[in-house]
Design a protein around this ligand. Structure first.
Ligand code: NAP
Length: 353
C-alpha cells in the first residue's frame, strides 16, 4: 500500500516511446511534474510531441539524459520522486545480436534503474512495463495453462536468447525486478503486462514494433493472406490509464495483464476492410500453416516459431486489471481504425492506385 504525493515529481523512463507518450500526456494533464528520461535531450525534434503537450497542459516536463546501460544514469532525474514508471526497453525486430540489442538493455537496464531506486530514499513505488510475453512465450504454451489462458500466475518458461528473444528479454527483466524488490519495505513494485499495443501514437514517427506490425496489414505485405496468428491487443491510450492507475492506486499490486481482447491478424484485416473497403490491400484469408512453415526462413522467421504459434490459440484472462486497476477498454474497432488513419495521414500506407 503506497500513497503517492502528486506534488512531487514523477519519473518516466523511455519517455520518447510510443507507450510512454500517452502516459506522459496523462501525467501532464493531471498537473504533475514529469522527469522524462530520454537518450538525447538535445534532439528537440524527437521531443516535439511532448513539448507540444506540455505547452498546453497544467503539468510540467523536465528532460534528463539517460541510457539504460550507463550506470547511475537515472540518479539525477530520480531525485525527489516518489513514483518511477520504468517503460524503457527495446521493442524492435531490427536487431543483429539478440543478447546485445534486446536482453542486455532490458535486463541490465532494469537492474540499473532499480539500483537508482535503492539509492533514492524518496521513492515509494515503481511501476514496471513488462509484457504478456513474460507470461506466454509461444501461443502453444497456453495449452498447458489452466483453461488454456495466461494469467498473472504464469511465467514464460519457453523463450530463450535463441528463440523469441524479445519475450525472453521481458521475462528476465521482470524476474529481476521481483528479485530486487524483495527484502526491503520502502518501495513496492506494480507490474503492467500489456498484450500487443495498438492505436495512434502521439508522434506518428515511432520506432515501436507495434507500428511495423500494423503497417504490414495495409502496405500489401499481407495481401495474399496472413498466418493464423492469434494475439491479444490493447489500445495505447487505455494502457496509459492502466499505468497511471497502477501508480496512484494505493492497493495496486503484483502483475496486471492489460489486454482488451483476444483476437488475430485476420480479424484486424476484416475490421479495416469494413471501414476502408478495397482501397488498401488488407488480408482476407489465413494462409495454410504448411505454406507459412515452408517459406518462413525466406522471410526471416524461424520454423520453430511458426510451429509453436500459427494455429494455436493465444489467450489471457484480463479480469484482474479490470477489477483492481479499474480499467475499461474501448472497442477494438476504434483502436484499429484510428491507428490506420494515422498511418494514412502520415503517408506510411498508400491507397491502391
Ligand atoms: P518504443 O516506442 O520503441 O519505446 C521504447 C523506449 O525505450 C524508447 O523511449 C527508447 O528510447 C527506450 N530505450 C530503448 N533502448 C534504450 C536504451 N538503451 N537506453 C535508454 N532508453 C532506451 O516501444 P514501446 O512499444 O513504446 O515499448 C515501451 C515498453 O512497452 C517496452 O518496455 C515494451 O517492452 C513494452 N511493451 C510494448 C508492447 C507493444 O506492443 N508496443 C507490448 C507489451 C509491452 P529511444 O526513443 O531513444 O529509442
Amino acid at each position: 500500500m503506497q500513497t503517492i504525493d502528486k506534488s512531487k515529481p514523477v519519473m518516466v523512463t523511455g519517455a520518447t516511446g510510443y507507450v510512454a507518450g500517452w502516459l506522459v500526456k496523462k501525467l501532464l494533464d493531471e498537473g504533475l511534474t514529469v522527469h522524462a528520461m530520454v537518450r538525447d535531450p538535445n534532439n528537440r525534434q524527437k521531443l516535439a510531441h511532448l513539448d507540444a503537450i506540455a505547452a498546453s497542459a497544467p503539468g510540467s516536463i523536465k528532460y534528463f539524459a539517460a541510457d539504460l546501460l550507463r550506470e547511475g544514469a537515472y540518479d539525477e532525474g530520480m531525485q525527489g520522486c516518489e513514483l518511477v514508471f520504468h517503460t524503457a526497453s527495446p521493442f524492435t525486430s531490427k536487431i543483429s545480436d539478440a543478447q546485445r540489442d534486446l536482453v542486455d538493455p532490458a535486463l541490465k537496464g532494469t537492474r540499473n534503474v532499480l539500483a537508482s531506486v535503492q539509492r533514492t530514499p524518496t521513492v515509494k513505488r515503481v511501476v514496471l512495463t513488462s509484457s504478456c510475453a513474460a507470461i506466454i512465450g509461444d501461443a502453444i504454451d497456453c495449452e498447458a495453462y489452466p483453461n488454456g489462458m495466461g494469467t498473472e500466475a504464469q511465467w514464460n518458461t519457453t523463450s530463450t536468447v535463441e528463440h523469441q528473444a524479445y519475450s525472453y528479454s521481458k521475462t528476465v527483466a521482470e524476474q529481476e525486478a521481483w528479485k530486487l524488490v524483495a527484502g526491503q519495505q520502502r518501495w513496492d513494485l506494480v507490474v503492467i503486462n500489456p498484450s500487443l499495443v495498438l492505436g495512434p501514437g502521439l508522434s506518428a514517427d515511432a520506432s515501436s514494433e507495434s507500428f511495423n506490425l500494423f503497417r504490414q496489414l495495409g502496405n500489401g505485405k499481407m495481401k495474399s493472406g496472413v498466418p493464423d496468428f492469434s494475439i491479444g491487443m490493447v489500445d495505447v491510450r487505455d494502457l496509459a490509464i492502466a499505468h497511471y492507475n497502477a501508480g496512484f492506486t494505493p492497493a495496486a499490486n503484483g502483475r496486471n495483464i492489460i489486454s482488451a481482447e483476444n483476437s488475430d491478424f485476420l480479424t484486424l484485416g476484416k475490421i479495416l476492410r469494413q471501414h476502408y473497403g478495397a482501397a488498401y490491400p488488407f488480408p482476407q484469408k489465413n494462409l495454410p500453416k504448411f505454406m507459412v512453415w515452408l517459406v518462413a526462413p525466406l522471410v526471416g522467421f524461424k520454423r520453430k516459431m511458426i510451429s509453436r504459434n500459427v494455429g494455436h490459440k493465444w489467450q489471457v484472462d484480463n479480469s484482474k486489471g479490470k477489477r483492481e486497476l479499474g480499467i475499461s477498454y474501448r472497442p477494438m474497432e476504434q483502436t484499429v481504425v484510428e491507428f490506420f488513419q494515422q498511418m494514412i495521414d502520415s503517408g506510411q500506407v498508400k491507397a491502391r492506385g
